[in-house]
Design a protein around this ligand. Sequence first.
Ligand code: 3EB
Length: 343
Amino acid sequence: MTAREPLGAPPLRVERLSLSDSLSLAVGGSSPFGALGYGTPDDLAWMPTVNARVLSARGAMADVWHASEHIESGTTGVVRWRCDGHWMLGAIDLDETVEKQGLAALSQRAYHDLFKALEQTGCTHLLRIWNYLPQINGDGGGLERYRQFNLGRQQAFVEANQAAFEGAPAACALGIHQGALCIRFLAGRSAPVPVENPRQVSAYHYPKTYGPRAPTFSRAALAEIGGGDVALFISGTASIVGHETVHIGEVLAQTQETLRNLRAVIAAANERTTAVFDLSTIDCVVYVRHVADAPVVRRVMEEALGPDAHALSHAVFLEADICRQDLLVEIEAHAVARGALRG
Ligand code: 3EB
């Protein structure tokens, strides 16, 4: 497997825009390749939304992705996707009250269809997945709903012969207050380079105390995206050292620990590429469990990065539940830099 894009592949690009700026890109019946919208309207086919309250001052935002102009769209089972032949964006929205399936079975079905969609378009390698679960910490009949999700997700990876352990894609899994089970993903034609965090046990090796099946994700992933650029996708990162939550009940210390973890995973990524990534210039999404904690999280980031850092001015703050009850904050990010992967 190689992480290199075939020569001549159209480059993939991403920009973080306000809702109005992103909407103005869709003109004359044509729209961008796709987008992930934070707090955006949920009726735009090219902009699947993240159904969470935006806490940052600029309001609704979108990460808009650009690929080539020849975009095909389609559906495979429960998956809606857009693909230019090299890059693919997809979305799944499953209303549990309509589907009448338990969350484990529903998650397995969602990922089963997701892998079918990848097969169909030839973009068989997942780069990044965003998972949003209603009531993530709620009880699902004796097993926490996040743990049920992990059961179904891992099962689907294994059945589809996808890397469920080393080599799993970068991901996040957050709790939304209401709505459907939402999965959004980005895929390409080559496998990304997975990156782990030396300060943390790989999530796919978490002990059984966190649920019967481990979460399926790598701490980060690197991919060449054409035009001499490398993308870094950083999974949801929280106040976990080894496999344990640290600083329980202390949002300030949890944020500091999260930044240490982000620095560590970025350093590990930098060893695998000639590109240079830095914490102060990544595009973050900051999830806080309690709205009242957002100013503390922002202040810790300001103290660590400087008040004018790109990572702060471009950060999207969202209200969301984190997958462990004792986690108060989680930060995920992506970044693009000039360079190539190291062979
Ligand atoms: C953690 O480190 C925090 O289940 O896909 C982060 C990123 C977390 C992704 C997932 C979960 C996931 O375990 C939680």
